[in-house]
Design a protein around this ligand. Sequence first.
Ligand code: NAD
Length: 390
Amino acid sequence: MFSKNTVVGVIGAGAMGSGIAQVAASAGHQVIVYDSSAEALNKARAALSSTLDKLVEKQKISREEADALITRIAYEKELHSFRNCGLVIEAIVENLEVKQKVFSLLESIVKADCVLATNTSSFSIASIASASQTPSRIIGIHFFNPAPLMPLVEIIPGILTDNEVTRKCRELIASWGKTVVTAKDTPGFIVNRVARSFYGESIRIYEEGIADIPTIDWALKTFGGFKMGPFELMDFIGNDVNYKVTESVWEQFFYEPRFKPSLTQKRLFEARLFGRKSGRGYYTYGANAPQPTPVLDTELGKAIFNRVLVMLVNEAVDTLYLQVASREDIELAMTKGVNYPKGLLAWGEEVGMDKVLSQLTALYNDYQEDRYRPSLLLKKWSVRKQKTTS
Ligand SMILES: NC(=O)c1ccc[n+]([C@@H]2O[C@H](COP(=O)([O-])OP(=O)(O)OC[C@H]3O[C@@H](n4cnc5c(N)ncnc54)[C@H](O)[C@@H]3O)[C@@H](O)[C@H]2O)c1
């Protein structure tokens, strides 16, 4: 199905499309990038050229390699140039109708055996494929931003995707040097589902006045070993993007309380306090911005970390229980996709799954809220353990 000679088409020359094009061209493929905006195409071409110049300067690649890579990518204003592609990856605006239209147009251009992939973060593969004549060749290939640097790629077969298409896509993307995991076509796939409580529970702790923002960030970095605290990370991702992902996962899970967005973040989003890119979010950025200091209270810090951790572990366990992905893939997804210091299932075992269950049960009893409902799998494990030790 695929070989080094496979021509890869990329639709959308924005943040993701241009990164995906670079990854495919680095792996030796001829790549064609199409965007409805000529400006986006020009920007993408200029950005790649300057990225490669920097890599040459840092001696990460040779001048010849950089030049060869550039010649492998063609920037086209006509979708018709995709007719010889063996794989097309769509990375356009996150709008279902627009995506469906592009896929149905593509089908009138490409050959019958061309695989059509979407990089969507929030729509189901089933819904995108529903506008297609041949949904068996439509699949999700979800890269993380920035695509050339982030090792993880989630492969998401839709309900009608051919098994062979899934297998070949896994093989191809792994040959590009990526860590590949397979996820069921469920909201947020693996990473964007399991990571929700890192943000949500941290905001909840802040809303309750248990600690201020810098203290929560300090706690997660110091006691959890996370590279960035949740508020630093939300400001980095953008509170617009992060809020919208949370809202979409929550809505698509039929308003499951575990994924409920917070009013605090919604207000930041409404006020356009997006974070780093707008100069202010949870923190203020710039030369004269104040540097808030955390309260260095070890007991408080450990309690904050434990509460967020048990929520994360619960989500990972439930993701396993509902067979969204294998144990190995859930662990890989969180360590390679969002740089968690440990896989959450291994982390839960290190702490003791019984302790995770009892802490969640205590939270559930205190709050009487479904967001703290422990996964049934945690209970099953606990019962099994009691039986084997008695
Ligand atoms: N940015 C991220 O962190 C990230 C991560 C993973 C997945 N995604 C997903 O990748 C996709 C692209 O996201 P992005 O951040 O690169 O967006 P972006 O806004 O940077 O780029 C989108 C590009 O699509 C082009 N476009 C819009 N409509 C088009 C059409 N009908 N035909 C051709 N081109 C069209 C726009 O001109 C723009 O250049 C989305 O589905 C998004 O959910 C984004």
